[in-house]
Design a protein around this ligand. Structure first.
Ligand code: NAD
Length: 512
């Protein structure tokens, strides 16, 4: 792994809470061990510290997960399922608390955080049906009196490495599938948003999950490097940025692991001239600025065909003028702050770059300062018009509240732009023409597509994942692909001796 680490270790002052690793069913905190700060982005205040683990903590978690594996693998399916039902109930009961922790650490609005928890819950509910999902296949009579059983078995110790922007939903798309299949699990979450992480570990214990089956190691580059290279880890799912995801994928594969990495995005929505422009404007503002643009399924480019932009821009400006920016817990707030001061500075640099590249700055979010919280990591929303494919603000992910309009002459031009972009995560078309929408589904080279739906995140029991620079993976996550990823298949060829049917000795390769 050769990517620079974005955070630095520092000692924790005693008066602030310290969130530490969860290994073998309990919090593990070494006095004096390195930590990193946790901020409330709405106020800019330092609110806690989080442990910064490395090889030793990863090794302890792997050993706990290895020790717990045989008993968890052999736990009857219905008993495993009962723990999932209990966990589902606990997450539901604590949904508001989890959402408030997400808002505190991440900055997104409370309703948005609650929606995240509920979308995560969908995959936990899917996993409750594990006795059905883990069924194998029996193929009788593949040869005379010979049957083949196809078994799905767990891999052993598995891991998930997750980003800051969905501290509950994204891990809830990974660990239920890994655990239901009988694997044990190590979660390396983002250290920026640890509050909801800690609660998920505690709720698993309350649900009756045996110690060592679910473990958490906090940290950055050192912890990830140790996980990716540890011989005791069989498989890793990663969600995060493309440079880190690519390195995790390549290093993990080189160390003999099964790895899937779902990474950065630059999603574009096509607007045809016949679209319902009011609906389209609502969708573009929601998908561009929701969660301050810190979603991998945000639509950050509008590919406006023909005269669509001329009619759309006034509607966008009117909606942008009504947006309320403030602390995520405040009622009526549409958009919270960015998650960190560094990221805010990055996004400002992107806006400067867009101006320098010649895009038309219709709305400038840079001057926004929250009157009551001037130290919060707020940024207003930014709207660029006349963005072109040659610009870096078209090519690269910004991950902030910056929406760009690209004016194209034809539908074909819009599809060609999408199909030649380095990223392919989600896309959408806005039109009232069913034929055009149908062609779009068939012609666009992006795995997740919306038709008049701006954020086409499939339901939690279906698969999710990108392509090209947005995923380094053979399979999607969750759903049938998720089960395939977290299980190994065995084919058992069976013949039972039957009186009178014994074949003569033969050295010929067995056939039918
Ligand atoms: P990130 O790549 O910085 O971090 C992801 C994980 O990797 C975290 O656990 C982090 O601690 C760890 N990490 C960070 N730097 C590292 C390094 N140098 N070496 C090893 N590990 C490191 O991503 P982020 O900023 O937390 O999240 C935002 C990114 O995630 C965006 O690019 C977004 O598009 C992407 N994302 C993708 C999806 C998807 O499904 N494709 C979903 C959510 C977010």
């Amino acid at each position: 792994m050769s990517i620079a680490s974005p955070t630095s270790a520092e000692p924790a002052p005693a008066e602030l809470p310290l969130l530490s690793h969860w290994i073998n069913g309990r919090v593990v905190a070494e006095p004096g061990a390195p930590t990193q700060p946790v901020y409330n982005p709405a106020t800019g205040e330092l609110i806690a510290h989080v442990a910064r683990g490395g090889a030793a903590e990863v090794d302890a978690a792997v050993r706990a997960a290895q020790a717990a594996f045989p008993a968890w693998r052999d736990t009857p399916l219905i008993a495993r399922s009962a723990i999932f039902f209990a966990y589902r109930e606990l997450v539901w009961r604590h949904r508001e608390e989890l959402a408030a922790l997400i808002t505190r650490d991440h900055g997104k609005t409370y309703p948005d955080a609650l929606a995240e928890v509920l979308r995560g819950l969908e995959t936990i509910e899917f996993a409750c049906g594990l006795p059905v999902h883990l069924a194998g296949v029996n193929t009788p009579n593949v040869s005379t009196a010979v049957d083949v059983l196809t078994l799905r078995q767990p891999l052993g110790v598995t891991a998930g490495i997750t980003p800051f922007n969905f501290p509950a939903m994204v891990p809830m798309w990974i660990y239920p599938i890994a655990l239901m299949a009988g694997n044990t699990f190590i979660w390396k979450p983002s250290s920026h948003t640890p509050g909801a992480t800690q609660r998920q570990a505690e709720l698993w214990r309350e649900a009756g999950l045996p110690d060592g089956v679910f473990n958490v190691v906090y940290g950055g580059r050192e912890a990830v490097g140790a996980l990716v290279e540890h011989p005791g880890v069989a498989a890793i799912q990663f969600v995060g940025s493309t440079p880190v995801g690519r390195a995790v994928y390549e290093t993990g594969i080189a160390h003999g692991k099964r790895v899937a990495a779902y990474t950065s995005a630059k999603n574009a929505m096509v607007v045809l001239p016949d679209a319902d422009m009011e609906l389209t404007a609502d969708a573009a503002v929601a998908a561009g600025y929701g969660s301050a643009g810190e979603r991998c399924m945000a639509q950050t480019l509008v590919l406006a065909v023909g005269d669509a932009a001329d009619r759309l821009v006034p509607l966008l400006l009117e909606r942008i003028g009504r947006l309320r920016i403030g602390p995520g817990m405040e009622e009526g707030v549409d958009m919270g702050p960015l998650y960190s001061a560094e990221h805010r500075a990055n996004v400002i640099r992107w806006i400067e770059r867009g101006v320098a590249e010649g895009a038309t700055l219709l709305v400038d979010g840079r001057p926004f300062v929250h009157p009551a919280h001037p130290a919060g990591f707020y940024l207003g929303v930014t709207l660029f018009d006349h963005v072109t494919p040659q610009m870096a603000i078209y090519q690269e992910e910004i991950f902030g509240p910056v929406l760009g309009i690209v004016r194209v002459a034809t539908y074909q031009e819009a599809v060609a732009l999408i199909n030649t972009h380095q990223y392919a995560n989600g896309t959408a078309i806005f039109t009232t023409d069913g034929g055009a929408a149908r062609r779009f589904q068939l012609e666009v080279d992006v795995p997740m597509i919306g038709v008049n739906v701006p954020i086409p995140v499939p339901a939690g029991y279906l698969s999710f994942g990108g392509a090209k620079g947005s995923a380094f993976a053979d399979l999607q996550m969750r759903g049938e692909d998720g089960i395939r990823f977290f299980t190994k298949q065995k084919e058992v060829t069976v013949r039972w001796p039957e009186p009178g049917r014994r074949a003569a000795l033969s050295l010929v390769f067995p056939g039918n």
